[in-house]
Design a protein around this ligand. Structure first.
Ligand SMILES: Cc1cc2nc3c(=O)[nH]c(=O)nc-3n(C[C@H](O)[C@H](O)[C@H](O)COP(=O)(O)OP(=O)(O)OC[C@H]3O[C@@H](n4cnc5c(N)ncnc54)[C@H](O)[C@@H]3O)c2cc1C
Length: 459
């Protein structure tokens, strides 16, 4: 085994959690070595090449409340203003005649005005929704007991079109779990993030570039520029004590792999056996993305709108934010009948549904691609226990969307968990050194904020 390189941190997994952790540590002057099993970075949010077409592995939406993601993007040199199209929250279901748009008014006025002006639902539904939002706010968005979203909405008399076109689709989009199975407490937390605080928190941010360009590519450049190392196509098989990754010593390590892969690395040690056993109980939900390429002249009424179903939930005009013109991405969230259909049948059905949703005939697609992510997210069930970032194995932390308590499986959850692990490592390092300095130069402080980058040499 090699000798440990002072201060060097190993990060296992190059998804958004691992990359955020690596960027945060690099910015604080800590040298990192990131291991990624795949040939590219990005994990579940990346660019993929299929039959010569560069596509995202799935349509991703960010929201204005993704403060950590936006901050870490900026830190890595990825400009959110250029890479993301910011729109006021607007949910439109053309076929159902439903539409709600939150106007540019201070929160919570924007919600009240948006609800009042919503079309396709009754006044009674709007008043019930206003009461529900008020009750949520006055209760601090906390529930006495976690139940399913469906049961919670029933209790608060959320029915009719507002439930069908607002609450249920929002739950599915945010938690990727059907309302009958989804955690009401986590959904309430999402509503807090979206509806409280600044009006901008509720904005939708649609990628203008492919997902790898939105963050992973910039993160990789930033890590390299700060003396870090990235090893692609390098699947870590074991973590040993004293802390070593496949025989190579590090003083600290962060496992930033998805729950199933993290569990495999954790189960061998008595200190982390319990977390591994917990992660083994997690269930997962799929997401399907059907790309339909129409002639370039095709332009849909809005960049994103709700589909008529029964299969598709959302359609995205990829050309509108700045992607390939004529390309439409249809999203199929969570478990459902779509999983049994083969790709041809699925693409044909989505083309039909798109026509029905828009109420007009479309030209036949020039080509189509179907991407199925079978374990897209953990199933966000009521009362699901979530592990903390620190583990009982000295020097070992966890990061990943599942490790961000209170958040569903999202980019923001992943990034927050990565930053949390980095902050805890920096705090521990600051305690060890007993000062605000690393390697003799001004470096990180106890909060992980960086006065000046301080770069330690890679091993
Ligand atoms: C199709 C789809 C659509 C989505 N839509 C949205 C959305 O609209 N908005 C949103 O916020 N979120 C969305 N999500 C969720 C979001 O993508 C994830 O929550 C997030 O990307 C998880 O990041 P992570 O870093 O925690 O995990 P991952 O992305 O899974 O990263 C883990 C990495 O670890 C690597 N790894 C695993 N084991 C090892 C090992 N032993 N050695 C080395 N490397 C290893 C893996 O290859 C992977 O790259 C979507 C997800 C999918 C799949």
């Amino acid at each position: 085994m090699n000798a440990p390189v002072p201060g060097r941190v190993a990060i296992v997994g190059g998804g958004w959690a691992g990359l955020a952790c690596a960027v945060e540590l690099s910015a604080a002057g800590v040298s990192v070595c990131l291991f990624e099993a795949a040939r590219q970075l990005g994990g579940r949010a990346r660019r993929v090449e299929i039959d010569g077409q560069a596509l995202d592995n799935g349509q991703h939406i960010l929201i204005g409340a993704y403060h950590e993601t936006l901050r870490v993007m900026r830190l890595a040199g990825a400009d959110p203003g250029r890479l993301l199209l910011r729109l006021p929250l607007e949910l439109t279901f053309p076929r159902g005649g439903f539409s709600i748009r939150l106007p540019r008014l201070p929160a919570p006025l924007h919600l009240a005005a948006g609800l009042l002006a919503a079309s396709g639902c009754s006044l009674g539904e709007k008043l019930a929704a206003a009461r529900f939002c008020h009750a949520l706010r006055s209760g601090g968005y906390l529930l006495a007991n976690d139940v399913s979203v469906a049961e919670w909405l029933d209790r608060h008399r959320q029915r009719g079109n507002l439930r069908r076109f607002l609450w249920d689709p929002l739950c599915l989009a945010a938690l990727n779990t059907a309302p009958e199975n989804a955690s009401a407490q986590i959904f309430a937390g999402v509503l807090r993030e979206v509806l409280s605080g600044a009006r901008e928190n509720s904005d939708l941010l649609l990628p203008r570039a492919d997902l790898s360009r939105v963050f992973p590519d910039a993160a990789a450049r930033f890590i390299a520029a700060h003396g870090g190392e990235i090893r692609l196509s390098r699947r870590v098989a074991r973590i040993e004590r004293p802390l070593a990754i496949d025989g190579e010593h590090f003083r600290r390590a962060v496992i930033a792999a998805a729950p199933r892969h993290a569990a495999k690395l954790l189960q061998k040690h008595p200190e982390t056996h319990e977390i591994a056993a917990l992660l083994d109980t997690y269930r997962f939900e799929p997401i399907g993305t059907v790309y339909l390429a129409y002639p370039r002249a095709l332009r849909l009424p809005s960049p994103m709108f709700g589909m008529h179903g029964p299969l598709g939930q959302w359609a995205f005009d990829r050309g509108r934010p700045g992607g390939a013109r004529g390309l439409v991405g249809c999203v199929l969230s969570a478990r459902g009948g779509w999983e049994e259909r083969d790709n041809d049948a699925l693409a044909a059905a989505l083309h039909e549904e798109l026509q029905e949703t828009l109420g007009r005939a479309l030209p036949g697609p020039l080509w189509r691609r179907v991407i199925r992510e079978r374990r897209a997210t953990f199933s966000c069930r009521p009362g699901l226990p979530r592990p903390a970032s620190a583990t009982a194995l000295p020097g070992l932390w966890l990061a990943g969307d599942y490790a961000c308590a209170g958040y569903p499986a999202t980019l923001e959850g992943a990034v927050r968990s990565g930053c949390q692990a980095a902050r805890e490592i920096l705090d521990q390092e600051a305690d060890r050194i007993g000062s605000n300095h690393c390697c003799g130069k001004p470096g990180y402080d106890r909060n992980g904020r960086v006065p000046q980058p301080c770069i330690s040499s890679p091993g």
